[in-house]
Design a protein around this ligand. Structure first.
Ligand code: SAH
Length: 219
């Protein structure tokens, strides 16, 4: 089913029982997916955004935001690895509020520019206030300059659990990450108050790989 505008899209997700919290619903209402996707943005499906990248389906973004919600409280700090279109980065920023900060990282310069242009077009105040910054780099190494993070979202499938990301997580903190090559699962990685790390598999998924820039552009 496709809706004719962003609130229609969010209402369809609500009817499908995707949301557990009003905070996530409101965050997705405040970011217009139509400013991040050219074709059929209000349908609950993934779309190509060029350079071998795909914007995830809205229900996957909702699952990610719900899962990370305890670590997306006002004032918290977030790393969004593989920011692609910038859509989820803006939703994450909405959830952490004006005192929070979200770093979006991507390894393709054109996608860093796309994310920046999209957020500038949708929610310019997020960039102007530096609540959102976009940086170029290999997200498998995280972004130590702004670490530690309350939570880390990874938008591409890692072959193995990236230790650098775990190291850049606060205690407590959480990572939402797809892991695997042929069959992939979302893992929730938690670091508790004492720094103990636990991993839990949540659901089977299909994401583009977390890889080398040259490999991704070759396709
Ligand atoms: N969250 C994004 C997902 C985009 S697809 C969205 O919904 O729009 C996955 C993204 O991960 C792509 O933009 C791709 O360029 C990026 N990516 C893949 N490997 C990466 C790496 N090693 N470092 C940083 N970004 C990477």
């Amino acid at each position: 089913m496709t809706a004719s505008n962003n609130s229609g899209l969010v209402n369809n997700l609500k009817k499908a029982g995707i949301f557990q919290s009003e905070r996530v619903e409101n965050a997705m209402k405040s970011v217009d997916r139509g400013k991040y996707v050219n074709y059929d943005p209000y349908r609950d499906s993934p779309q190509q955004i060029g350079y071998g990248a795909t914007i995830s389906a809205p229900h996957m973004h909702a699952h990610a935001l719900e899962n990370l919600a305890p670590f997306l409280q006002p004032g918290m700090k977030v790393l969004d690895v593989g920011c692609g279109s910038g859509y989820l980065t803006a939703c994450l920023a909405e959830m952490v509020g004006p005192e929070g900060k979200v770093v979006g990282i991507d390894h393709i310069p054109q996608l860093v520019k796309l994310a920046t242009d999209n957020v500038m077009n949708d929610r310019p105040e997020l960039l102007e206030s530096k609540r959102v910054i976009f940086v170029l780099g290999d997200g498998r190494k995280g972004y130590p300059e702004e670490a530690p993070y309350d939570c880390i979202h990874v938008g591409a499938a890692a072959e193995k659990m990236p230790q650098d990301l775990i190291d850049q997580l606060k205690s407590p903190g959480r990572i939402f990450i797809p892991v695997g090559s042929n069959s992939q699962y979302i893992y929730q990685i938690d670091k508790d108050n004492d720094g103990n790390v636990t991993k839990k598999s949540l659901m089977g998924v299909m994401y583009v790989p977390l890889t080398d820039a040259q490999k991704q552009l070759r396709g």
